[in-house]
Design a protein around this ligand. Structure first.
Ligand SMILES: Nc1ncnc2c1ncn2[C@@H]1O[C@H](COP(=O)(O)OP(=O)(O)OP(=O)(O)O)[C@@H](O)[C@H]1O
Ligand SMILES: [Mg+2]
Length: 252
């Protein structure tokens, strides 16, 4: 099963993706977390060191090809597949793959195309894949998330966050991308604003998956560089993410 997380920049996609990984890792299922944001910080949020990204692997292969280090007749995709598997970081609880970005001014679309292929191939080795996507709508227009089962669209209370969420829903329809389910996730909500924000959320036309409050512990962990995996199981945020995950798992 593939769950992707999207939304406007800075709304809490990486926080929410990390919290989902934390919860799912406990189920004993094989989990792969994919950082598909070129300006990524999913590894830090998960407390994992990564030294090679898919972008790096691609650059290496390009250099090897140019310098004639690859024997004639070798299928480049086979080498790439093998190298990509090598760049998967394994931890006792989950695996992590970071897409990264191409060197210099290289077009990010190449890495995007690879992500689509990776999702098609290595996804069979895992029970659940969690993708932390790049902010905005490109993952839809480039169809990198077209095989996703459940799309989680995260927004904070801001008007622009809500607008991006609404556009993600509309664009998915326009492009005929049929997720089994698309949920809106409200994040960083203050108790006193909850009623108003719930009202605003209905105007997006998206189904509400859940509501996470502004959590001082998340801010503290972020400030102090502590992995979000360490958030306590009984924190309100983690309990709410667990509820949302439960809803998502119905669409396996
Ligand atoms: N519920 C919350 N309570 C308090 N702080 C939060 C909450 N959710 C996220 N944050 C903080 O908001 C900031 C942005 O969160 P995060 O990095 O998860 O967003 P993002 O959507 O992944 O951003 P980007 O688009 O840059 O990748 C971080 O500093 C994070 O600690
Ligand atoms: Mg992020």
């Amino acid at each position: 099963m593939i769950i992707a997380v999207s939304g406007k920049g800075g709304t809490g996609k990486t926080m929410f993706s990390s919290a989902m990984v934390k919860i799912l890792a406990k189920t004993g299922k094989d989990i792969l977390a994919i950082d598909a944001d070129p300006d990524s910080n999913f590894p830090e949020a998960l407390g994992v060191d990564v030294d090679k990204t898919v972008g790096d692997v691609r650059e290496e292969l390009k250099k090897d090809t140019a310098s004639g280090n690859i024997p004639a007749g070798t299928n480049k995709w086979d080498i790439l597949d093998y190298k990509i598997m090598e760049s998967v970081v394994e931890t006792p609880d989950f695996d992590l793959l970071v897409m990264g970005r191409p060197e210099g001014s290289g077009c990010y679309c190449a890495v995007n195309n690879m992500l689509r292929k990776i999702i098609e191939t290595i996804s069979f080795n895992y029970d659940i894949i969690i993708i932390d996507t790049e902010a905005g709508l490109e993952h839809l227009s480039r169809r990198t998330t077209q095989n996703v089962d459940v799309m989680m669209v995260v927004t904070d209370p801001s008007h622009r966050g809500m607008l991006t969420a609404q556009r993600i829903g509309e664009l998915a329809k326009e492009l005929d991308i049929n997720f089994k389910k698309l949920f809106l996730v409200l994040n960083r909500i203050k108790y006193e604003d909850e009623a108003l924000i719930r009202q605003k959320a209905t105007e997006t036309g998206l189904e509400l998956g859940g509501l996470i409050y502004e959590d001082p512990l998340i801010s503290k962990f972020d400030r102090e560089g502590i992995s979000l995996i360490e958030l306590p199981d009984d924190s309100d945020s983690i309990k709410e993410v667990a509820n949302i995950v439960k809803k998502a798992l119905k669409f396996q």
